[in-house]
Structures are given as structure tokens and as C-alpha cells.
Ligand binder design. Sequence first.
Ligand code: THU
Length: 132
Amino acid sequence: MNYQPLIDAATVAMQHTYSPYSNFPVGAALLLKDGTIIMGTNVENVSFGATNCAERSAIFAAISQGYTKADFVALAVTGKTADPIAPCCICRQVLVEFFEPTSPIILHTTTTNEAKEVTVADLAPYSFKNME
Ligand code: THU
């Protein structure tokens, strides 16, 4: 699959960042089964723990708009990093909640334009999945 449109959307989303504390813009884009792409960016807060990462912003926006996890196909994330950006571990836990273990996650950096395709299971191989 050609994930370039998803990477492009993540790069646009990155420009919407609210990151006055870290000055580290991050963009994410979530591909849905109907072809819709939902963008997300990092939204920071003076109380740092209230910050929302780009990946979670995209996922929460999709759920808020009425989509369900059955609609989720893939997610791209980008940032100005030396290597393709790696999602934080809170976001990995949220990815586990809403995607299949085999779902593609595209890691990208705007610095070199390098992209790397991994799966949710690659990012979170031994994750907390249920309370049974
Ligand atoms: N951030 C993301 O949005 N996604 C990640 O995967 C890593 C970190 C944001 C959170 C914060 O606004 C800034 O990057 C610095 O940690």
C-alpha cells in the first residue's frame, strides 16, 4: 500500500501543533476504511501532564466523530527527528486498544523524509490487553 498520502496528511497536521513548551511539533494521520484521513497533532499544556500526543489526538478525534475501531486501518506519525519518530509508550497502549496487532503504523521523519512501516505488535509486543 502507498502510505505517502497518509504521511503527507501527518506532515500537514504537524503544522497545526500547539507546542509552546517543547517546541517539538508532531503530526499524525489516521486512515479509515472509507478512505477518510483524520489528522491529529500534539496539544500541550502549562501543566505538562495534560499534554496530548499527536497519535492520541487523531484517534480520539476519529472516535469523537463517530468512527469505531473497526474502521481503523493504519496510522502515520511524523516529527523532526533524526530517525523516524517512535510513538511514546502511552500512545502505544492506545494503539493496542484501537488497532489489530498486525495493523500498519508508519513512522516518519521530516528531517530526512525516511519512513518505516511497523506493526502495533512490533511497537507493543507484550501489552496489557484485558482485565481477565
Ligand atoms: N509527542 C507526540 O505527540 N507524539 C509522540 O509520539 C512523542 C511525543 C509530543 C508530546 C509533546 O508535546 C512533545 O512531543 C514532546 O514530548
